[in-house]
Design a protein around this ligand. Structure first.
Ligand SMILES: Nc1nc2c(ncn2[C@@H]2O[C@H](COP(=O)(O)OP(=O)(O)OP(=O)(O)O)[C@@H](O)[C@H]2O)c(=O)[nH]1
Ligand SMILES: [Mg+2]
Length: 315
């Protein structure tokens, strides 16, 4: 495992994954399922909170797993404030939306993905329903210049060819989204020989019922890999600081370097701010600007608590 096998990739600085490494493809809390390169699968017991996550590469000897360094890791804060790992070693994140999706989910998920070096894309599901087609049109207006947007129907099959073509570029991604948007239904539609449990519609009237409770990774026929994750309502940001929000807020990508008078402008009340000028011209809606300020404030609070932690535990 050591020596030339783990030499850094020329150019990327990444440690290559050894050919014999297995990958965690499901996490059941006290056990994980690992898949070996030859296709063999095994269940290995792990301690609860062992820190493993779907997508991790591991070497397996008996019942011992040794985790290899992660290329990417996506984290979120849950409703209780705890940090949760979503998955490791992804290169893309599919944010699934449907008419009942909470506002703010897509913005936070996009910022978290970009800050973790994943390319986000949006999937508006249930486009067999008129309200979902409306939502897709709204999403195109707001996010069309920021990310790819797929408008699909898991039940009717609309738009799945486009998603297949995208994934076949060799992407490994996860579907995230609030409960009931149809993440598992989409995986079932994209991968005909899996049969993930899908929620009954009636279960979604009283929020908070999760049908999927375990994250699982699947090969997509034609190319690509996808992780199904349990739904959650809020994508709480972890260690996302103000500069990350400034750099990654969807809609700010086209701001040219030096557009604002100050290079470290937070687009708040600084003189000569290009974003405030866009708001005044009506090119950026007041609603989008408010959303930006809300997330910026959250990131400033996160930065302050990180500073407090650093003062308490100086290294
Ligand atoms: N009309 C319509 N309903 C859909 C579509 N896709 C999924 N549904 C329905 O939405 C409900 C929820 O689907 P799931 O696939 O379980 O949703 P999920 O996002 O995996 O939910 P969690 O696992 O709880 O996070 C089910 O009743 C599905 O039949 C679709 O394209 N159109
Ligand atoms: Mg599900």
């Amino acid at each position: 495992m050591r020596g030339s096998d783990t030499a850094k990739d020329a150019g990327t600085g990444m440690t290559p994954i050894p050919a014999e490494a297995a990958m965690i493809v499901a996490h059941y809390g006290v056990a994980v399922e690992v898949a070996f390169p030859g296709g063999e699968r095994r269940t290995v017991r792990v301690k609860r909170n062992s820190g493993h996550v779907v997508g991790d590469y591991v070497t397996v000897s008996g019942e011992t797993l040794e985790r290899l360094p992660r290329r990417t890791e996506l984290r979120r804060r849950d409703a209780r404030g705890s940090v949760r790992l979503v998955a490791a070693n992804l290169d893309t994140l599919g944010v699934v939306l449907a008419p009942a999706s909470p506002t703010g989910f897509a913005d936070r998920a996009i910022i978290a993905a970009r800050a973790a070096d994943l390319a986000p894309f949006l999937v508006v599901n249930k486009c067999d329903l008129p309200e979902s087609r409306q939502l897709a049109a709204m999403m195109r207006d707001t996010y069309g210049s920021s990310t790819e947007i797929f408008s699909v129907s898991a039940v009717r099959g609309d738009g799945l060819d486009d998603l297949h073509a995208f994934l076949a570029q060799g992407h490994r991604g996860a579907f995230v989204g609030s409960t009931g948007v149809g993440k598992s239904s989409l995986l079932n539609a994209l991968i005909p020989d899996i049969d993930l449990k899908v929620g009954a519609l009636s279960e979604y009237h009283g929020m908070g019922r999760h049908t999927t409770t375990v994250s699982t990774l699947h090969q997509v026929p034609g190319g690509g890999e996808l992780v199904d994750t349990p739904g959650f309502r809020e994508f709480g940001l972890v260690e996302i600081f103000p500069e990350d929000v400034v750099a990654h807020f969807p809609g700010f990508e086209d701001l040219e370097e030096g557009a604002c008078r100050f290079h470290n402008c937070r687009h708040r009340r600084e003189p000569g701010c290009a974003v405030m000028a866009l708001v005044e011209e009506g090119a950026l809606s007041a609603e989008r600007y408010e959303r930006y300020l809300e997330i910026l404030q959250e990131a400033e609070a996160e930065e302050q608590s990180a500073q407090r932690r650093a003062w308490k535990n100086p290294t």
